[in-house]
Design a protein around this ligand. Structure first.
Ligand code: JAH
Length: 266
């Protein structure tokens, strides 16, 4: 039952606390997710448990040995059937909310966390013959290894599993509002600010409209704020927005993004 996640790493201790706390830990306690964390060095064959070697062709750093990785993934996945192998790497395809939703619908994910300059390229090549393999990047920066990226993806996937959230509906409408809520009014937009009590704090008041009880006005205000924040923080998302109304276009124009006629639905 639920999603099986295996992680292969030379730092298995890195995963202890993150996978044990919060919603991921609760999901694991309820068998919504099951984890296996494996020390790659278990499959090293020499006395020093070596997992890396010098790069063919020269250059800086070390490369992870294919034989060690091959034996580890063979033993963990068996014939590979049913598993999807995910390799965090800065040269992978960008991770997204859509991918998190697709991974949440899988039965078995195996994360191969590299270190040094990465894993010998033949490992991905060989594994692709037996199972789907995704090389995935969580952003344009270089980490010291794939572990932190794997944790990011596990958390994004974990919160989408049925029964993981206390309030199962709150996954639907937050920032990166595409997720699980494809018909939502905020699709493609970043979420604006949120507020709670007290009404006044350090001379800052909660926006009046949120106290009005006028639900249409509140929804319109939230959309205005989402449009402004998207224009300011993610201007690259603006051209993909669809079905903009007159007010949307006015808000975007005020934010410095006049939207051209083809995108005008009204
Ligand atoms: C660094 C193996 N997209 C973030 C990301 C993911 C993985 C790595 N770096 C950045 C990485 C060294 C070795 C993976």
């Amino acid at each position: 039952m639920g999603l099986r996640i295996d992680v292969v790493t030379i730092f298995p201790d890195y995963f202890g606390s993150p996978l044990g706390v919060s919603l991921i830990g609760k999901a694991a306690a309820r068998d919504d997710i099951r984890f296996g964390v494996h020390d790659l060095r278990r499959w090293a064959t020499d006395v020093h448990h070596t997992v890396d070697d010098v790069p063919f062709g020269g250059g800086p750093g070390m490369v992870m040995k294919p034989d060690v990785w091959g034996d580890a993934l063979d033993e963990i996945t068996g014939d590979g059937s049913g598993a999807r192998l995910i390799v965090p790497t800065p040269s992978g395809m960008p991770f997204s909310q859509d991918m998190a939703a697709r991974y949440a619908a899988e039965r078995w994910l195996v994360f191969a966390c590299g270190r040094y300059e990465g894993i010998d390229g033949r490992v991905v090549e060989a594994m692709r013959a037996r199972m789907p393999v995704d090389e995935v990047s969580i952003g344009d920066y270089v980490l010291a290894g794939g572990e932190a990226a794997a944790l990011v993806m596990i958390e994004a996937v974990g919160r989408l599993l049925p029964g993981v959230l206390g309030n199962a509906s709150s996954a639907g409408d937050d920032s990166f509002g595409g997720d699980g809520n494809p018909e939502g009014a905020m699709r493609g937009l970043l979420e604006g600010p949120v507020y709670t009590r007290p009404r006044a704090w350090r001379d800052h008041e909660v926006p009046e409209v949120l106290l009005s009880g006028n639900h249409a006005a509140i929804a319109r205000w939230r959309r205005d704020m989402a449009l402004r924040r998207t224009a300011a923080h993610r201007p690259d998302l603006i051209p993909a927005l669809r079905d903009l109304d007159r007010r949307d276009r006015q808000v975007l124009a005020e934010a410095g993004f006049p939207v051209n006629g083809e995108d005008m639905a009204h």
